[in-house]
Design a protein around this ligand. Structure first.
Ligand code: MSP
Length: 553
């Protein structure tokens, strides 16, 4: 069961008072890319949202006030056409799909604070404010454009997109020649500034390899001004320009702005000033919230140019500060190939979650792939890690530690003993350091090290043998304390990654509260005399047939 199913549902129409307590302090603001509403949610979308959720929970666990935003991208020609094909209005079509994406966020156990839709009035009004300001500031101009347009990719193609025989790749779908007037956003004037900014702020695009790619691109290409409109006669499913209703905004321009339109809706002072808005677009907020600049914006490698080139220039033109970090993740393949409906190898995260549980899915994607390189999903790899690291690792450790405590001491925690204290404390330190550096896989490895060490400690100290010898009662107490306390520390460390499992460990230890603050990972928190609850398998093995049933191959 997701641990936070109702959190964002409750926030759909604006922030409740509770979350706003604390005044105008800036929140740690994390965003994900907003997914195309008409796409099929797959492991790639799920991965991005899960890693952002781990970061959001980690920062909350560090005691920070966090705001985690995700969303869906609803405008554009593809959506308009798909809606018409199903006989629905684009809005009705988007409403249905947006509900699926919301449910998807719930299935992934995301602790989001809001989910933005680009068709919401609060977004549209702030986009119009941005356009008005850019127009007034001379950042936009109108010019004729002639070119070949791919509806499928929502973009004009260039000569570079032609194949040697002069045709365009079939992957672009139907390509038509268009001549039209459009509005352009001036990019050229900002090129030198952006190069300097990237050079002076190596933390802006992470990992550093992506930052170097962006720098290489900027140093070797002259930026072309960006066409930011489509004529409304051709495409009505977009946000009209406030100063020329014959045009709607280009879907990317609209989409990128979501990262600041949401703060504007929460009354963020910096953004409202930047957009020249007197009040939040979605109506007054009881107590405003300051979010911008974002602390971490998580995106995939395919959309780096939009985020590391267009987006900073848009913000600069609006006199707004840039996000602190763009964190760029790689792409998942499946069974060694690009995921495609034709090959039939698209990994459906919901199916995996239904069969194995959300925490197994979350664990696997973070453990398998560090943020940056591409990854490869294999069913076999997933199954292997599930059994080796979840069932045999944390599952076995918690189960045998608590079972032995129950069996030999009726679940009553013995006197404190510190044999595993140094190892646990070191794991806590490393985990926190890695999380602060956005190194989620390395953080999980640090936690995994403690799990392995504690499992070896059981084998080494053999409490089941100690229990047979009354002369060893004091030693058995020591071992049992060390194991139970390590389980408690592990629950706290694991919470950002596998929140449901962390809560279960706490419940089995019969502890009140949630394991959601790293400050609780200090050794010695388990009080002697406390009675623990009943152990139950956290990750049941699935490679052996249940007793009495024949095995199936
Ligand atoms: N709507 C735009 C983003 C606008 S952000 C202002 C878009 N949507 S998308 O649905 O195509 O992709 C959403 C995110 O999912 C992107 O960050 C993208 O990189 C990521 N992924 C899509 N397929 C992926 C994989 N196979 N693997 C990992 N992430 C992938 O682009």
């Amino acid at each position: 069961m997701p641990t936070t199913p109702s959190r964002f549902a409750a926030l759909r129409y604006g922030p409740p008072l509770g979350i706003l307590a604390g005044g105008m302090n800036k929140r740690f603001y994390l965003t994900t890319a907003i997914d195309y509403v008409n796409g099929q949610p797959h492991i790639g979308h799920a991965y991005e949202k899960v890693i952002t959720d781990v970061l959001a929970r980690a920062h909350r666990s560090l005691g920070e006030e966090v705001f985690f935003l995700t969303g869906v991208d609803e405008h554009g020609q593809k959506v308009q056409q798909a809606a018409l094909a199903t006989g629905k209005t684009p809005q009705a079509y988007c409403d249905e799909l947006a509900a699926l994406w919301r449910a998807f966020a719930g299935k992934l156990d995301l602790s989001i604070d809001d989910l933005i839709r680009t068709t919401q009035p609060r977004h549209e009004a702030a986009v119009q404010a941005a356009l008005t300001k850019l127009h007034a500031g001379g950042h936009l101009y109108r010019a004729e454009y002639r070119g070949f347009y791919s509806t499928k990719e929502e973009t004009f193609l260039t000569e570079k997109d032609r194949r040697p025989d002069g045709t365009f790749d079939p992957s672009f779908g139907e390509v038509t020649e268009l001549v039209e007037n459009n509005y352009y956003f001036r990019l050229k004037n900002h090129q030198a500034w952006l190069i300097e900014y990237l050079e002076q702020h190596p933390e802006f695009v992470q990992p550093i390899t992506r930052r170097n790619e962006v720098l290489g691109f900027l140093k070797n290409h002259d930026l072309e001004d960006l066409c930011i409109t489509r004529p409304a006669a051709r495409l009505s499913w977009g946000i009209p320009l406030p100063f020329d209703p014959e045009y709607v905004t280009y879907v990317w321009f609209d989409a990128l702005l979501n990262y600041i339109t949401l703060p504007a809706a929460y009354g963020d002072e910096t953004v409202l000033k930047g957009l020249g808005m007197a009040a939040p677009a979605g109506g007054p907020v009881a107590q405003p919230l300051n979010l911008w600049p974002a602390d971490i914006q998580v995106i995939g490698k395919d959309i780096v140019k939009f985020h590391a080139v267009y987006w900073p220039i848009m913000l600069r033109a609006l006199d707004l500060p840039l996000p602190k970090t763009l964190l760029v993740h790689g792409w998942w393949q499946s069974e060694g190939q690009k995921m495609s409906k034709t090959i039939g190898n698209v990994v459906d995260p919901i199916k995996v979650i239904e069969e194995w549980g959300v925490d197994a899915f979350r664990y696997y994607v973070v453990r398998e792939l560090s943020i940056g390189p591409d990854g490869n999903w294999t069913d076999e790899g997933f199954r292997a890690r599930y059994h080796a690291e979840l069932a045999n690792g944390i599952g076995n450790l918690v189960n045998r530690s608590l079972s032995m405590l129950k069996r030999y001491r009726q679940g009553v925690v013995p006197a404190r003993h510190d044999e595993l204290a140094a190892t646990a404390t070191q794991a806590v330190k490393e985990t926190i350091e890695q999380l602060r550096a956005n190194e989620l896989q390395a953080a999980l490895l640090a936690i995994g090290g403690l799990i392995t060490y504690a499992n070896q400690y059981v084998d080494r100290t053999a409490p089941f043998k100690l229990a047979k010898d009354p002369a060893q009662a004091a030693r058995l107490d020591e071992v049992l304390y060390n194991l139970a306390e390590t389980c408690r520390v592990l629950a706290v460390l694991l919470w950002p990654f596998v929140p449901g499992t962390a809560v279960k460990i706490y419940q089995q230890l019969a502890l009140t509260g949630a394991p959601d603050q790293f400050s609780a990972a200090t050794w010695g928190g388990l009080a002697p005399g406390h009675t623990t609850g009943d152990p139950a398998a956290l990750f049941p093995r699935k490679d052996q047939p249940p007793a009495g049933q024949p095995g199936k191959k």
